[in-house]
Design a binder for this molecule. Structure first.
Ligand SMILES: Cc1cc2nc3c(=O)[nH]c(=O)nc-3n(C[C@H](O)[C@H](O)[C@H](O)COP(=O)(O)OP(=O)(O)OC[C@H]3O[C@@H](n4cnc5c(N)ncnc54)[C@H](O)[C@@H]3O)c2cc1C
Length: 408
């Protein structure tokens, strides 16, 4: 029994999901060794600020400390063995071994896969002045370019692309956002709010080229040309390509684990067919109980929640399947966008409030049966929290709409 509880937990991926798992294991009293393996040289840091406030400031030594998830001394005190700057390159589940880039391997009793996601590779040739944003180094480089105040083209109108556009405007750069979709922001906030979000960007001086694909990027930093499929050529000093992300599963290709847009897990976040391997955060795809499909979330709250769950599962403190919080936020100028739950494909959505007249809005999503599935709010966190509370108590979408209509 003593042996069973003192198992060696090896966590691959030293960012939000991995670090929170290590911290939670100790908080729950896990007595065995814990090893945290990370590809990056950096101590664990948080990513959301990389596309927000860190793009707005001059980089100083203290900038990094603002976004640390854990310091070296804390991890030492917790008895977490750190292996940073040493990517996992292979996994042998039969032998219980993770192989590392430096040629060494680490044996595990329990493996936690937390390798997250990476920027979807740019289809265009790498050039100076063309960036993607996933890491601290990326953010630092882009911030340096934005500080020049020169024209920027952002390829991709997703959350990260639009946040970079807002930051670039704050640094007085001319900004054009290009996306092949006619209404890219509808994916983020739904069709009810997408038009207002585009207006917000336009009011703040962003130019948009929606419905136009990029066919090529030429030149170099300071003198780049982005060619669109309608023949237009956009001139830029800096280009940021933000076309989504893909799960970091390359190191698992020959492991025999089931991979399909992430590591497929069961309802307990265990890799399918492997009771001693968990996957969580941006890299995991698990059966979502509410939505009835496998889901891979790229949300901060999900990574932290799953970390606490996995630590509890490893220490035997939980036996129920994982239930998710489904919460995400984005900052765009003075807008605080918050979303919870999901939009049911066949369901309906009700709008409460008005951005123009009230400066705030909530869109409440119902399933076909009227069940409360989720909500998106702008500048109205109170409404979102109300919906979250009502959802937990089993209220219907109609009851949620009524409740937030009554909010002051
Ligand atoms: C710029 C940006 C802004 C964001 N803003 C928001 C936001 O506003 N709201 C929100 O909800 N979410 C946001 N997110 C998403 C959120 O940051 C992620 O959901 C969260 O970081 C996921 O944590 P994770 O630990 O699962 O993965 P990651 O943060 O991707 O970390 C995975 C770690 O594993 C490492 N790794 C990868 N492969 C290997 C390997 N083979 N061996 C060892 N280590 C490896 C990576 O280097 C990385 O450090 C943002 C993300 C980015 C990039």
């Amino acid at each position: 029994m003593a042996e069973a509880v003192a198992r060696h937990v090896v966590i691959v991926g030293a960012s939000l999901a991995g670090t929170r798992t290590a911290q939670s294991l100790r908080a729950l009293g896990h007595p065995g060794p814990v090893t945290l393996i990370g590809a990056e040289d950096e101590l664990p840091y948080d990513r959301p600020p990389l596309s927000k406030k860190l793009l707005l400031q001059e980089w100083a030594d203290t900038s990094v400390e603002e976004i640390r998830l854990a310091g070296e001394s804390e991890l030492t005190e917790l008895g977490v063995q750190l292996r940073l700057g040493n990517a996992a390159v292979g996994l042998d589940p039969d032998a219980g071994l993770v192989r590392l880039a430096d040629g060494t391997s680490v044996e595990y009793d329990v493996l936690v896969i937390a390798t997250g996601a990476e920027a979807r590779p740019s289809p265009w040739k790498p050039r100076s002045g063309v960036f993607q944003l996933r890491t601290l180094d990326d953010s630092r480089s882009i911030a340096g370019r934005l500080a020049l105040g020169e024209p920027v083209v952002v390829v991709g109108g997703g959350f990260i692309g639009t946040e970079i556009a807002a930051a670039a405007r704050a640094r007085r750069c001319e900004v054009t956002v290009v996306d092949p979709l006619a209404e890219p922001m509808a994916r983020l906030v739904g069709p009810e709010i997408a038009g207002s979000l585009v207006d917000l960007h336009v009011r703040n001086g962003v130019k948009t080229r929606f419905g136009a694909g990029v066919v090529g990027i030429e030149g170099e930093a300071g003198d780049l040309t982005v060619e669109l499929d309608d023949g237009e050529r956009l001139v830029a000093s800096t280009v940021v390509v933000g076309i989504g992300s893909v799960p970091s599963t390359g190191w698992l290709e020959s492991s025999g684990l089931r991979l399909d847009n992430g590591v497929l897990t069961d309802r307990f976040l265990r890799a399918l067919g492997h009771d001693d391997i968990f996957a969580l955060g941006d890299v995991a795809r698990w059966p979502h109980p509410g939505r009835g499909v496998d889901v891979r979330a790229e949300h901060w709250t999900n990574a932290g929640d799953q970390a606490r769950y996995v630590a509890a599962a490893v220490t035997g403190a939980v036996s129920e399947p994982y239930t998710s919080t489904d919460y995400v936020w984005s900052d765009q100028y003075d807008w605080k966008v918050n979303a919870f739950g999901w939009r049911a494909p066949e369901g309906r959505s009700d709008v409460v409030g008005d951005l123009e007249t009230d400066g705030r809005v909530a869109v409440v999503h119902a399933g076909v049966d009227g069940a409360l599935c989720g909500a998106v709010t702008v500048n109205w966190v109170r409404a979102l929290n109300q919906v979250r509370r009502l959802s937990a108590s089993g209220a219907s979408a109609a009851q949620a709409v009524e409740a937030i209509r009554r909010l002051p």
